[in-house]
Design a protein around this ligand. Structure first.
Ligand code: PLP
Length: 382
């Protein structure tokens, strides 16, 4: 997209005075998605489900956009689920475990990437976690935690708290070599960075739409490699996951051959409309451009953090970070600074022992400037 032709300010009508630096939590919707939802609501109110077939076309377009975003050759690998946690649970409780198997991950992960694997303990599956604080080579150390009983490595592409970006290609190559499955929680990267299934070799990719994809909560991507689809035992059943979901009279059924088999009932078409629209914007801008624009904003923040003598908690090398910048102000407690920033409409998070800023491609320099000047002003008062 030619950014000059496209007014970002028009697409993101955030109220003046709000510094939205919280895409790693919940992103704002672009105007086009708000419009689509408004029209969808009006259509429901005026015509009920008369346009249901059109709605399904939107859902089909969403699957295509998600397939393109992860680099899947077609939509048969894509399921639309409620959220990342549900998608991870489908994987964890679908795989054919043997007592004594283990899963390798990271101790500092977002809870869903820990609890889901820990929940396999009654089946004799051990979750082995790398302590990132003790590691200068996370990929090497994750590989070193694996043994002949390791069935799966499960990590977030980008760590939610301090924004460490893992080298998926390196982990994926190790997994392929050792015949270990690879599960990537891509929620903190997808929509912010180009993703390649071919490079990462991931068997499973999960990501909710409400962060960097700028969609609503309640609709997530589950990509399952064709080779793994039938290996996952199903635990949710209903009319929608069968091969022929339109035939309500048929007594026999079999699971859909596609990843739709993981979707048991009625789809979330409201969220599908919003997410499809948000992804249309991301596609117009292009993931490479988005990555560059995010990097410029993150570089800007890191330069400001250095200038003010704050402590950067996010890794410094560009290939080790994505859109998350976490930092600490010396002698100022983040638990005091965070609510003070929020009161001043600097929308951020308290994570990883510091303040987490997460700008997206549309974030203006004015937003960054205002946020950093509030950090310095408020810090002197705390
Ligand atoms: C790494 C990671 N995984 C998952 C989630 C959210 O999970 P869900 O989509 O189940 O709400 C988050 C939210 O912060 C996250 O950072």
């Amino acid at each position: 997209m030619n950014l000059r032709q496209h007014s970002l300010a028009e697409e993101f009508p955030l109220v003046p005075g709000l510094s939205h630096l919280n895409h790693a939590a919940v992103g704002p919707w672009p105007r086009r998605s708000a419009e689509v939802v408004r029209r969808f609501a009006e259509d429901n109110a005026a015509r009920g489900s008369l346009a249901y077939l059109d709605w399904l076309e939107v859902e089909a377009r969403l699957r295509e956009r998600l397939a393109r975003l992860v680099g899947s050759p077609d939509t048969s690998t894509i399921a639309l689920l409620k959220n990342t946690s549900e998608a991870l649970s489908v994987i964890a409780h679908g795989l054919p475990w043997r007592a004594g198997d283990n899963v390798v991950g990271i101790a500092q992960e977002f809870p869903s990437n820990r609890i889901v694997w820990e929940s396999l303990a009654p089946r004799g599956v051990d979750w082995r976690a790398l302590d990132l604080e003790q590691s200068s080579d996370p990929e090497g150390d994750l590989c070193a935690l694996c043994d002949e009983h390791t069935r799966l490595i499960a990590v977030s592409w980008v760590q939610y708290a301090r924004g460490l970006r893992l080298d998926l290609a390196r982990l994926g190559a190790f997994c392929r070599e050792r015949d270990i499955l690879f599960c990537v929680d891509a929620i903190q990267g997808l929509g912010a960075l180009p993703f390649s299934l071919a490079d990462s070799g991931a068997d499973f990719v999960v990501a909710d739409g409400h962060k960097w994809m700028l969609g609503p909560e309640g609709l997530a991507l589950l990509h399952v490699a064709a080779t793994q689809r039938e290996r996952l035992e199903l635990h949710q059943f209903g009319w929608h996951m069968v091969a022929d979901p339109g035939d309500f009279e048929q007594r026999d059924w079999s699971p859909a051959p596609e990843a739709r088999r993981f979707e048991c009932g009625s789809p979330n078409l409201l969220a599908a409309h919003a997410l499809e629209s948000s992804l249309s914007l991301l596609e117009e801008v292009g993931t490479t451009t988005i990555e560059t624009l995010i990097r410029q904003r993150v570089d800007w923040l890191i330069a400001a953090i250095d200038r003010h003598g704050f402590e950067l908690l996010t890794p410094r090398p560009p290939e080790r970070r994505a859109g998350i910048v976490t930092f600490r102000v010396p002698d100022v407690a983040s638990e005091h600074l965070y609510p003070a920033l929020m009161r001043q409409q600097v929308l951020c998070a308290q994570r990883g022992g510091g303040i987490r800023f997460s700008p997206h491609f549309h974030t203006t320099e004015e937003t960054l400037e205002r946020a950093m000047s509030e950090v310095t002003r408020l810090s002197s008062t705390l």
